[in-house]
Design a protein around this ligand. Structure first.
Ligand SMILES: NC(=O)c1ccc[n+]([C@@H]2O[C@H](COP(=O)([O-])OP(=O)(O)OC[C@H]3O[C@@H](n4cnc5c(N)ncnc54)[C@H](OP(=O)(O)O)[C@@H]3O)[C@@H](O)[C@H]2O)c1
Length: 231
């Protein structure tokens, strides 16, 4: 069975990715910032021995290096860059922006996702499926901006999209694919209260991963239901 490495997997969409891949029998490297507190993850790993739990804050170089040594030589079929923050949920108006929060958002959503992909590239290259998935957002679509606001989050996901699109071009000759996904509006701590369930979103995104074909799909930006997303 394939191997998948998932960031930010202790709750929300990340936890659901772990659940669904574990149920399919995949080997899951489930990572999170605080394994000791990740109760739902431990429950899942108790039911599915192929789920292992690893510490990984995507902004901490030592964590990334530690996991890299732990997984040395292990193929990673799918790298799921899921970890993310939305720090402006309360206040972030133009005129009172918090540049510290903005920087932190870029550190996690943009650079954190890319840093992990960079470090594990050879593990991905060694695998059969060879796929990097960036969990982005419709808010990364510059062409889709109608409401003002969410400056930190929007810019972090737009930058992520730009880099992932570039990586798609760069890595295609090596047979490594890149997918950029919008999960929809999902009922998680980050998402809208009236959104779709994490189960439905991940089910759709998993189908896109399953059907991925390098020639046809690399560099695509799509929603969980396969609708193409505007750049
Ligand atoms: N829900 C939606 O409607 C929606 C829509 C579009 C895109 N997305 C994207 O989907 C992804 C998952 O979001 P979600 O809805 O599941 O949000 P969530 O419930 O808030 O979960 C976010 C996850 O990211 C982790 N995380 C935050 N900072 C991290 C760091 N520095 N290192 C490692 N992990 C970190 C969190 O861990 P802790 O528990 O340790 O904080 C948590 O596991 C995000 O990239 C988000 O931008 C979500």
């Amino acid at each position: 069975m394939p191997d998948v490495l998932i960031t930010g997997s202790n709750r929300g969409l990340g936890l659901e990715w772990v659940r669904q891949y574990a149920e399919e029998g995949w080997r899951v490297f489930a990572t999170c910032r605080h394994p000791a507190e990740a109760r739902s993850l431990w429950e899942l790993s108790g039911q599915h021995p192929e789920v292992s739990i690893h510490r990984l804050d995507v902004t901490v170089v030592e964590d990334i290096r530690g996991l890299f040594w732990e997984l040395e030589g292990t193929p990673v079929d799918v790298l799921l860059g899921n970890a993310g923050v939305y720090l402006e949920k309360n206040v972030a108006e133009f005129g009172s922006l918090c540049y510290h929060d903005w920087l932190r958002t870029l550190e996690v959503n943009t650079m954190g996702t890319i840093r992990v992909a960079e470090r594990f590239l050879e593990n991905i290259a060694k695998s059969q499926k060879r796929l990097i998935v960036a969990v982005s957002s419709h808010m990364g679509s510059i062409a889709d901006i109608q409401d003002p606001g969410s400056y930190y989050y929007r810019s972090s996901k737009a930058a992520l999209n730009a880099v992932m699109q570039g990586l798609a071009v760069k890595l295609k000759p090596r047979g490594i694919g890149v997918l950029i996904l919008h999960p929809g509006g999902v009922k998680t701590r980050m998402g809208p209260p009236h959104g779709i369930s994490a189960q439905e979103s991940v089910h759709g995104m998993r189908r896109i991963v399953q059907d991925f074909q390098l020639e046809r799909d690399t560099g695509r930006f799509v929603k969980y239901d396969l609708a193409p997303m505007p750049w």
